[in-house]
Design a protein around this ligand. Structure first.
Ligand code: 6GU
Length: 227
């Protein structure tokens, strides 16, 4: 997979790609991530990329021209499966969207800032708009990093244990069960005996029950959705 991220603040978004699973995925060649500084396409030597909105109102809007040029440059070299715009006024990211996007070959992610991007960019290029939740961030960079993390870990081979991405919370619309590791007793706090029993049928059953219990308590909407 190749991901091209267009941003006003490349430095803000780089570090999540430099650690742990995501770094390993890049090092092993499962994914290529390229950052594109919108200011390189600025209208003047002062780096102008935004302007006041027509009709009045507070906040700056990313201009059509720099974004259009940046996306056109990328599209000259390859075809893109999706051109994604990160914005709070969109459908919320969920596991199903992440699963689908993780099979793409090439994607562009445009991160908004200020008041967002000129609507003409959305009309002309954007194939998918994604929010990461019902709250407002100061820019789309962190949201883009969240999206990339969710996608990259799903690429086959990225996680050492092939099955573990599939047993995550939300893959089956249930929250994950509790987990424990050594020691089996600490300051009188003990690990549930079934986990030490070696009986894998019983363990699976216990985990499922705990998943249901947690989901009913914390996210009953996930269960109602399937009934
Ligand atoms: Cl994608 N962008 C911004 N600015 N705020 C958000 C968001 C995105 N998703 C939730 N809040």
């Amino acid at each position: 997979m190749r991901i091209d991220i267009i941003t006003v603040h490349p430095e803000l978004i780089k570090s999540p790609f430099e650690f742990s699973i995501i770094k390993r995925a890049i090092d092993k060649g499962f994914v290529e991530v390229h950052f594109h500084d919108l200011r390189k396409f600025a209208l003047n030597k002062y780096g102008k990329i935004d302007d006041y909105q027509f009709g009045g109102g507070a906040g700056m809007v990313l201009m059509v021209e720099p974004v259009d040029q940046c996306i056109n440059d990328l599209m000259k070299d390859r075809n893109y499966d999706e051109v994604i715009y990160m914005t709070p006024d969109a459908k919320t990211l969920n596991q199903q969207t992440a699963n689908t996007l993780s099979t793409a070959e090439n994607i562009i992610i445009l991160t908004g800032h200020y008041k967002g991007v000129d609507q003409r960019i959305r009309d002309k290029f954007i194939t998918k708009e994604i929010s990461i939740g019902d709250y407002v961030l100061s820019g789309g960079e962190l949201a883009a990093a969240v999206l990339c993390d969710a996608l990259i870990r799903l690429i086959p081979g990225v996680l050492g244990d092939e099955t573990s991405a599939l047993t995550d919370s939300f893959q089956d619309d249930l929250l994950a069960p509790p987990v424990y590791t050594r020691p089996s007793e600490y300051k009188g706090m003990i690990v549930p005996e079934v986990l030490l029993s070696g009986d894998f049928n019983k363990i699976d059953e216990w985990r499922y029950e705990k998943s249901m219990e947690r989901t009913r308590k914390i996210r009953p909407d996930l269960i109602d959705k399937n009934e």
